[in-house]
Write a protein that binds this ligand. Structure first.
Ligand code: SAM
Length: 472
């Protein structure tokens, strides 16, 4: 029985209800009247439920599809302006006891080099990341209670926050580790994490059980109910996602939105972010054996439909995607991207080229962070290294109400410009700095509130004079 208020995964996801949704979406994929009514609702910028959004995703009328993309771009502009938040993943350990058949970390993979960073190695990685200009990280580990216990993750977070190299600092550590207990989530909260990220991989229970044949991750309900435990443990911001390619994308899309509806219904706040990873080649992993791979057009339409369905939710794209797809994805609704990423344990501090053998997946965008920043500026975006909301306690429903009030432009744009200015002063190449300075001059005029604008102008000047870390 479907019940979004239930705390049991099978009930708030409900396989039967998703199948009915998919049937309904299929029956209405050319129903112009219904599609137009759904678009009218979406134009109010209050979102759509999973059934309405699934009809848009199924839509096969070219003009309506164009309108979905146009509206997604418009909604993105309304909520995020030109800002794109920057981050990098940091792989701490690839020891893993699970058997996930799509992941090179799976326990039976004997040829991947297993590695866990020492605190000194973490220091070296963080210094390398700070020297690139990063301020926000996503920690990644495999699941291994012996080699990578929660105490190790907590100690690593402490180490990361403690490192102040030159003008560098990591100001927000998001964490992508396996589903765990309320008690451990409470410890992560106390350690000062930003978002707790956990990809569902697939919402389809039967497939999930086959794709995760062994190890603690095999437990579908424990995994699917993790966000509820995280919120019970005091974590305000959670990040969802599915690994596209494992199951039918329409099923995953409906499951993802139902998960968001469940979190909103029960905790009063939906996911802070949604990630859209697609399965990639990796050591011991051939993505072509998974027969639900999606082409770029479908992938972009999924992004646009998520954007329209949950306007307040940040959307993340990684370097699993190439430059071209990332550029189009930004237009369709993505608000956060990684740059200069290494997906192997110890990949940032290592002198030589990344050891593909220990990477979690092959990276499709190998540009440096500076190249990504310059590219974004040239496209008219404002690369933002801002972490202010979380540091000011604007998390969970407080962040969402700021978003919903429309005041975010007065808050986020100045913060984005000030953190971009720091980046330009400390890390950018001369070309990037020039392009960035011109962008800041243009964008500062777009801050609606005159007092906020004056605040930003004053601090931008002070950053130019060597001061750091202002926030609104
Ligand atoms: N081990 C943690 C867990 O159990 O949730 C998460 C960390 S894992 C380093 C991050 C994510 O990488 C996984 O949740 C999965 O979606 C994704 N991933 C695994 N194998 C992949 C592959 N071959 N291509 C693309 N992404 C992959």
């Amino acid at each position: 029985m479907y019940d979004k208020y239930s705390m049991v995964a099978d009930e708030f996801i409900s396989d039967d209800e998703i199948n009915e949704t998919l049937k309904y979406a299929d029956e209405n994929k050319s129903n112009r009247e219904l599609l137009s009514a759904i678009l009218d609702k979406a134009r109010k910028r209050k979102g759509l439920d999973h059934r309405e959004a699934s009809v848009l995703l199924a839509c096969d009328l070219p003009d309506i599809n164009d309108e979905i993309f146009r509206l997604a771009g418009e909604i993105k502009k309304d909520f995020y302006g030109d800002r794109i938040v920057m981050f990098a993943p940091l792989y701490l350990s690839n020891y893993c006891v699970n058997g996930c058949v799509y992941c090179p970390y799976h326990a039976k993979n004997k040829h991947i080099a297993r590695k866990k960073l020492t605190q000194d190695e973490i220091r070296a990685e963080v210094i390398a990341l700070q020297d690139m200009g990063h301020k926000r990280l996503a920690l990644e580990t495999g699941e291994d209670p012996v080699n990578c216990p929660i105490e190790y993750v907590l100690e690593s977070i402490k180490t990361i926050y403690s490192i102040k190299h030159k003008n560098g600092a990591i100001r927000r550590v998001n964490v992508n580790i396996a589903a765990t207990t309320v008690e451990n989530y409470r410890k992560l909260k106390e350690a000062g994490i930003g978002t707790y990220i956990l990809f569902q991989e697939t919402y389809h229970k039967k497939s999930y059980l086959q794709l995760h044949p062994t190890g603690p991750k095999h437990d579908y309900n424990y995994h699917t109910e993790a966000m509820d435990r995280a919120m019970e443990g005091g974590i305000d911001d959670v990040g969802c996602g599915v690994l596209f390619g494992l199951e039918l994308y329409r099923y995953e899309f409906a499951g993802l939105l139902k998960h968001a509806e469940h979190l909103e219904a029960v905790h009063g706040v939906g996911p802070h972010t949604i990630s859209v990873p697609r399965i990639k080649h990796a050591d011991d992993i051939d993505p072509s054996v998974f027969d639900n791979g999606i082409d770029d057009e479908t992938f972009l339409k999924i992004i646009a439909c998520i954007r329209v369905a949950v306007p307040y939710t940040g959307m993340i794209i990684s370097t699993r995607e190439n430059k071209n797809v990332r550029e189009r994805a930004l237009k369709a609704g993505i608000s956060q991207i990684s740059g200069g990423s290494r997906t192997s344990v110890g990949g940032y501090a290592e002198e030589e080229e990344e050891d593909e053998n220990s990477s979690q997946f092959d990276v499709s965008d190998n540009r440096t962070l500076d190249e990504v920043v310059k590219w974004l500026i040239d496209l008219g975006y404002v690369p933002s290294f801002c972490t202010a909301c979380y540091r000011e306690g604007r998390t969970g429903d407080r962040f969402m109400s700021l978003c919903k009030s429309g005041q975010i432009q007065n808050c986020c744009l100045p913060n984005a410009l000030m953190t971009l200015k720091e980046y330009l002063m400390d890390y950018a190449s001369p070309e990037t700095r020039k392009a960035g300075e011109e962008l800041i001059m243009r964008e500062v005029d777009d801050i609606p509130n005159p007092r906020t604008r004056e605040f930003a102008e004053r601090h931008l000047e002070e950053i130019g004079n060597g001061e750091r870390d202002f926030r609104f």
